[in-house]
Ligand binder design. Structure first.
Ligand code: ZN
Length: 319
């Protein structure tokens, strides 16, 4: 299996009117990639600029960041041509690696825009190297920029940043320097395509937390009525748990619960409501063991939510 470490540069509307006229938000104008074999040695590279077909003017911020002008792109091949070659170049047996969680989503969105064959009809498992860097070298939670990681790992800076090939190259250098193979257990999931049915839903258990990604639901209420969505079985042993604080929402987007497993103690559940490409709702749920401080934090969130509701009711009654 190969690691395809890639990076994109994209342009966006230069003004509000153009933005509103177009269904595409980010138009890809460069693809850079490095191929690593299973020993994480570089075996190949891919780089090509792309002729824009949606936005004819360069967004000022984009242009300054990546030092590209429209003139340089005029004689390039189109996205359809470059992307088709890139997908072929990637091969059948590969895992994508990107710095952060945007590139794979945007690539699929651009494929879709041009009615091209999707990379997959399913939710894609990939590596967010920004996350892997944090797990391997820092506190798991922080998210650093690529330049920070390059300095931290003392990677020689022989190419300028913020161009697709350079950023793919540096990201690949970070991938190469992760010694602990256990770090690669930490997959990410790109939700451009969501699980199509209950059987395809994603349930994974990482070192210290579990993640669940649901299929799509028409609305929040239907989602919160789904057995699997609100299930609070212990992610470590599968046992039924006792409710300490039942599911509640602080803002209508995030839901929390605290449950207790007789063997594994208090567990915090968190549900995030997300909007899918099809403008439906899907759920990302995480379960994690909770110390006393976390339980206190959830209790105060719940009290705050109750206060807010009271205030609203009071406000309405006084109108
Ligand atoms: Zn348990």
């Amino acid at each position: 299996m190969d690691y395809i470490v890639f990076d994109l540069e994209w342009n966006q509307a230069a003004d509000l009117k153009t933005k509103l006229e177009n269904s595409l938000t980010f138009e890809i104008i460069e693809i850079g990639a490095v191929k690593l074999n299973e020993n994480r040695e570089q075996t190949d590279a891919f780089h090509e600029l792309i002729k824009p077909q949606v936005f004819e003017r360069m967004n000022q911020v984009t242009g300054e960041l990546i030092h590209l002008s429209m003139e340089e792109l005029e004689n390039c091949r189109t996205f359809e041509q470059v992307a088709a070659d890139f997908v072929k170049w990637c091969g059948k047996d590969c895992i994508f690696c990107t710095w952060g969680n945007m590139d794979l989503w945007e690539f699929q969105n651009n494929l879709d825009y041009y009615h091209m064959t999707p990379l997959s009809e399913k939710t894609i498992r990939y590596y967010d190297v920004q996350k892997l860097f944090s797990i391997a070298f820092e506190d798991k939670k922080s998210r650093r920029n690529l330049a920070y990681a390059v300095d931290f790992l003392e990677i020689p800076k022989d190419i300028a940043f913020h161009r697709a090939y350079a950023d793919a190259y540096y990201t690949a250098e970070v991938v190469k320097r992760i010694q602990d193979s256990h770090v690669f257990d930490n997959y990410s999931f790109d939700t451009y395509h969501l699980p199509g049915n209950k059987a395809e839903e994603i349930k994974v258990c990482f070192d210290d937390y579990a993640k669940y990604i649901s299929r799509e639901f028409p609305d929040k209420l239907t989602a919160m009525n789904d057995k699997e969505v609100i299930s609070t079985k212990c992610f470590l042993c599968g046992a039924k748990t006792r409710k300490k604080i039942p599911w509640f929402s602080s803002n209508g987007k995030h839901y929390y619960t605290i449950v207790t497993c007789t063997v594994h103690g208090d567990i915090k559940g968190k549900i995030r409501m997300r909007r899918s490409v099809n403008n439906k709702i899907y759920v990302v749920k995480t379960m994690k063991q909770a110390g006393a401080d976390v339980v206190r934090d959830i209790i105060s969130k719940k009290n705050q939510a109750r206060e807010n509701r009271k205030e609203k009711r009071h406000h309405r009654a006084s109108l």
